[in-house]
Design a protein around this ligand. Structure first.
Ligand code: CA
Ligand code: CA
Length: 170
């Protein structure tokens, strides 16, 4: 079995997706991430933003399952994640951005992004932290995105950065 440093790091990302820590990634983990975001930003689930977030979470889950759930049991095991998702994400990081985009768009809206999709750096850090990105990495990602240091980051930058975090770990 070939086990590169890259694959070991990607395996570490598995834990980020497995929000409830039960050893596999499922729809419930994505719902849990949505719930955590709504709690963090004190947003009702029944609001338009709350519903958009759950819709985005479901689409994100479906996209991930399509890439990685090889036996179709609605669970992505660690083995499926490392063996299937890693290769596909590495070959096509744009695809990952695509499936994550509706969820991230909704998450930034919950975090108070304006009509142009620009959110405050601090709120972006809170979003990334809710999604399981460790605090220090979340701050580094958000700070790097605010290249002109005006305190705002753009959704168009957040999506590829999020994809990079999961596909090309530092
Ligand atoms: Ca889980
Ligand atoms: Ca499976």
């Amino acid at each position: 079995m070939v086990s590169s440093e890259y694959e070991r790091r990607i395996a570490g990302r598995f834990a980020t997706f497995d929000q409830d820590g039960n050893g596999y990634i499922s729809r419930e983990d994505f719902a849990a991430a949505a719930k955590a975001l709504l709690t963090e930003f004190d947003t009702p689930a029944r609001s338009d933003k709350g519903q958009a977030l759950y819709t985005g979470a479901e689409a994100f889950w479906q996209g991930m399952a399509g890439m990685a759930d090889r036996d179709g049991d609605q669970r992505i095991t660690r083995e499926e994640f490392v063996g299937g998702a890693v290769k596909r994400l590495r070959d096509n990081p744009e695809r990952f951005g695509e499936i994550a985009r509706p969820f991230l768009h909704a998450a930034l809206a919950v975090a108070g992004a304006d009509a142009d999709g620009a959110a405050a750096v601090e709120d972006t850090v809170r979003v990334l932290t809710c999604l399981g990105v460790p605090g220090q990495a979340a701050r580094a990602v958000a700070a790097a995105l605010d290249a002109d240091t005006d305190g705002r980051v753009l959704e168009t930058d957040v999506v590829p950065a999020f994809a990079r975090y999961f596909t090309v770990p530092e």
